[in-house]
Ligand binder design. Structure first.
Ligand SMILES: Nc1ncnc2c1ncn2[C@@H]1O[C@H](COP(=O)(O)OP(=O)(O)OP(=O)(O)O)[C@@H](O)[C@H]1O
Length: 212
C-alpha cells in the first residue's frame, strides 16, 4: 500500500500548509479531485519527489519514500500532454523505459510485448510525430510497463482525447493497473473519469485530503 501520513508542505511565501493523509491500494485507481489551485499537482510532486515535505511519512509497503530522490522512487508519471520524443519511433520511445543493461534481443522482445499489451502491435517503427493523441498515450503506457514501477501518477491524462479514445484509454489504464498491481493515483477535474475508474476518491479541501 502507498501511504501518506501527515505529509506537510507549504510553498515558499504561501500562508497555507498542506497536510496530506492518503492510502492507495495495489491494483486500484485512487482519484484526487478539487478545484483549480487546490493542490493536486503539489500532491503528485510530493509523491514523485520533486517537492520535499517538511514533515510526515510516506511509504510504499515497508519502503520509506521520503529520503529517495525522484529518479530512485518507484514512480512513473503520465500527463495530459504526453512526453514522447516526437522525432523518435514508437519503439525507441518505449525503449527509454528499459534499464541500459538489458541485452539487445531481450530488449526487442520486451518492447514488442509491451506495445502488444497496449493494443498497438504494429506501430513500433512509426515516428511518434505521426501518431494520434490516444496512440501516444498508449506508447507512454507501454514505456511505463517496461519501467516496472509500482506507483503510477496520472495528471489529467485523458483531457486532450476525444470521447471514444478517452473511454478506450481509461479502460486500458484500469486493466493495466489491475494486471500489474499498480498503485495508480489519478488527478482529474472530470467526474465521469473518476466515476468510471476510481475505487477510492479524495477531494482536496483547505489543504487536506478528504475522502469522498
Ligand atoms: N512553486 C510554487 N511556488 C509558490 N506557489 C506555488 C508553486 N506551485 C504552486 N503554487 C501554488 O500552490 C497552489 C496549488 O497549486 P497546484 O498546482 O498544486 O494546484 P492544482 O490543484 O494542481 O491546480 P490545477 O487544477 O489548476 O492544475 C496554487 O495556489 C499555486 O499558485
Amino acid at each position: 500500500m502507498l501511504k501518506l501520513d501527515a505529509i506537510a508542505y507549504a510553498h515558499p511565501g504561501s500562508g497555507l500548509t498542506y497536510r496530506f493523509d492518503m492510502e492507495a491500494l495495489p491494483g486500484q485507481i485512487t482519484a484526487v479531485t478539487g478545484p483549480s489551485g487546490s493542490g493536486k499537482s503539489t500532491l503528485l510532486d510530493l509523491i514523485a519527489g520533486f517537492l520535499k515535505p517538511t514533515s510526515g511519512r510516506m511509504t510504499l509497503d515497508s519502503l520509506d519514500l521520503v529520503p529517495l530522490a525522484p529518479e530512485a522512487r518507484p514512480v512513473s508519471l503520465l500527463f495530459q500532454s504526453e512526453t514522447l520524443f516526437e522525432h523518435l519511433t514508437a519503439e525507441r520511445n518505449v525503449a527509454l523505459g528499459l534499464p541500459r543493461d538489458v541485452p539487445r534481443g531481450e530488449a526487442a522482445r520486451r518492447i514488442v510485448d509491451a506495445l502488444a499489451e497496449v493494443g498497438l502491435p504494429r506501430i513500433g517503427p512509426q515516428r511518434a510525430s505521426t501518431l494520434s493523441g490516444g496512440q501516444k498515450q498508449r506508447v507512454a503506457l507501454a514505456r511505463t510497463l517496461l519501467r516496472g514501477r509500482p506507483i503510477l501518477l496520472l495528471d489529467e491524462p485523458f483531457s486532450a482525447l476525444d470521447d471514444d479514445t478517452r473511454v478506450t484509454t481509461r479502460t486500458l489504464v484500469r486493466a493495466l493497473t489491475v494486471a500489474h498491481g499498480w498503485h495508480t493515483v489519478l488527478v482529474s477535474h472530470h467526474l465521469d473519469d473518476v466515476a468510471a475508474l476510481a475505487s477510492r476518491t479524495y477531494r482536496i479541501e483547505g489543504g487536506k485530503l478528504v475522502e469522498a
